[in-house]
Design a protein around this ligand. Structure first.
Ligand code: NAD
Length: 479
């Protein structure tokens, strides 16, 4: 692995995202030799911590690694702490000086990665200060990394984007959707390229419907406060589900470069058939969990920091259509819910009977299982594809292919350091997906739902089944 050089500035360095995801991911890069001598990480947060204390918290975040303490300690020596309040100009000047000092010390090539592991309401303020206090460097790169949520509708997403783009042009912005970091999702393009018959069958002539499910068995846990401002539609469909659809349904790019891939993805999302208010009633279903059949689990409305009359949905199912030549007429059924019977993220492609013309058994179903086991399984008609031994889908040849797959954040940070945008979300795509989501949300907001409407531990409200039955279809994953 080629060594990379950069100074990372992590805003929110004491937070959950930093500790659960970023530090372990950076450590994996360190193990791989991609981060070695020429990097430093500055953690910032409000609390007044010493470097030593910060380093201890970083080492604690690595408890899942079965590695020697010495290596972890050496890694932690690259970490520095700067207490920081987002509104205080002085703190940015201190940050700038510390970054310059560390750049010299570690010979980091004037490269900066600014990682926003803080609440989105601070993004604009931080970006403005990065500009006014002159943190961006000359002679190296400056890259901004942000995470969902990118706004809560098109208007707020636009406002957020405007505040960032005044400081970081689009080619310096890396918007993380961690599903795009998952091996299985990344492999879909390869699978399509290496299996011409499968690719040939991937359009409305041969596909009856495509289903994308992101199911969770957990409830909101301790995130009720955040969830009350979001709901399943915004939290899962606008970003993760749409991006997963993008990977499977985009036109074949001319090459696997960021530019070519984003061109076909942007075109796909621009062809989303935005629903009229009346259509929302028939094409989308929402749900909210109740207790389970034994009365043991908390209903959503009884969770901490949740309004006792909350109308926030913990489940959504929808029937999405595109108007482009490739997909016109094929329904994409999507769903995401909390308190479903199991955690399961999957894509099911249901072919029609015309596929026999391509040598594929009529009505074949191809399923890509994404979670809980990232990437291990591709099923053809419910059988492991290696055993199903079908000519149209031969990739990868060997199961161990996925065993050493990088974790999503590790893979995405490698891309950021390489300046590769292929697995990140672009602003053009977000505009189209928000426009689509807003039309559903606006209709929902003027109608009173009949919540709660599904028991914890079940597949969601019945109307989610009717949505498919109406078309003569049914969910492939059904408990
Ligand atoms: P968190 O509450 O655990 O951490 C927030 C961090 O921001 C802390 O380090 C805190 O000190 C800092 N902070 C708060 N107010 C500040 C201020 N005024 N000045 C300076 N620093 C301040 O939050 P989190 O779960 O780590 O999430 C951070 C961001 O990442 C959010 O935008 C969240 O939506 C997003 N995100 C988190 C996860 C996750 O797994 N936790 C996943 C996806 C996206």
């Amino acid at each position: 692995a080629t060594e990379k050089s950069a100074v990372f500035i992590i805003f929110g360095g004491s937070g959950d995202l930093a500790h659960r995801k970023l530090y372990p991911a950076l450590y994996r890069l360190y193990q791989a030799g991609m981060l070695k001598d020429h990097f430093a990480v500055i953690g910032t947060a409000r609390r007044p911590w010493s470097d030593e204390y910060f380093r201890e918290t970083v080492i604690t975040s690595l408890e899942d690694f079965d590695d020697d303490k010495e290596k972890m300690t050496a890694f932690a020596q690259h970490f520095f702490y700067q207490s920081h309040n987002v509104n205080d100009s002085e703190h940015y000047i201190a940050l700038k000086e510390l970054a310059a000092k560390l750049d010299d010390k570690f010979d980091a090539g004037h490269n900066r990665v600014y990682y926003m592991a803080i609440a989105p309401r601070f993004f604009g303020t931080v970006a403005e200060h990065i500009k006014s206090e002159g943190l961006k460097t000359d002679g190296g790169y400056n890259r901004l990394v942000i995470e969902k949520p990118f706004g809560r509708d098109l208007a707020s997403a636009t406002e957020l984007n405007d505040s960032l783009s005044r400081v970081f042009p689009e080619d310096e912005v890396y918007r993380i959707d961690h599903y795009l970091g998952k091996k299985m999702i990344q492999e879909i393009s390869n699978i399509r390229m290496k299996n011409p018959t499968f690719e040939e069958a991937l359009n409305s002539k041969y596909v009856s419907n495509i289903q994308v499910t992101l199911g969770e068995s957990l409830g909101v846990e301790d995130r009720g406060g955040y969830y009350e401002t979001s709901g399943a539609l915004r939290d899962m469909v606008q970003n993760h589900i749409m991006q997963i659809i993008g990977s499977i349904a985009m036109d074949k790019p001319e090459e696997l470069s960021a530019e070519a891939v984003h061109k076909v993805k942007t075109d796909l999302f621009a062809s989303l058939k935005v629903l009229q208010p009346e259509e929302v009633k028939t094409e989308f279903v929402r749900g909210q969990y109740d207790t389970d059949n034994l009365g043991d689990q908390k209903a959503y409305r009884d969770e901490d920091n949740v309004d006792e009359n909350s109308n926030i949905e913990t489940y959504v199912a929808g029937r999405i259509e595109f108007s482009d030549d490739r997909w016109n007429g094929t329904p994409f059924y999507v769903r995401s819910g909390k308190r479903m019977p199991a955690k399961s993220s999957r894509i099911d492609i249901v072919f029609n009977d015309k596929v026999k013309d391509l040598g594929i058994k009529p009505n074949t179903t191809v399923s890509f299982l994404i979670e809980p086991e990232d990437g291990h399984s591709i099923l053809i008609n419910g059988i492991d594809y290696l055993e199903a031994n079908q000519d149209f889908l031969k990739f990868p040849e060997d199961k161990t292919y996925f065993d050493n797959a990088r974790e999503a954040y590790e893979s995405l940070i490698i891309d950021i350091l390489a300046g590769d945008h292929v697995h990140f979300t672009l602003w053009d795509e977000l505009q189209s997906t928000w426009k689509y989501i807003d039309a559903v949300r606006e209709q929902w907001d003027v109608e009173e739902p009949d919540f709660p409407n599904y028991l914890s531990g079940t597949m969601g409200p019945e109307a989610a089944d009717t949505l498919l039955e109406r078309d003569g279809n049914s969910w492939v994953w059904d408990d």
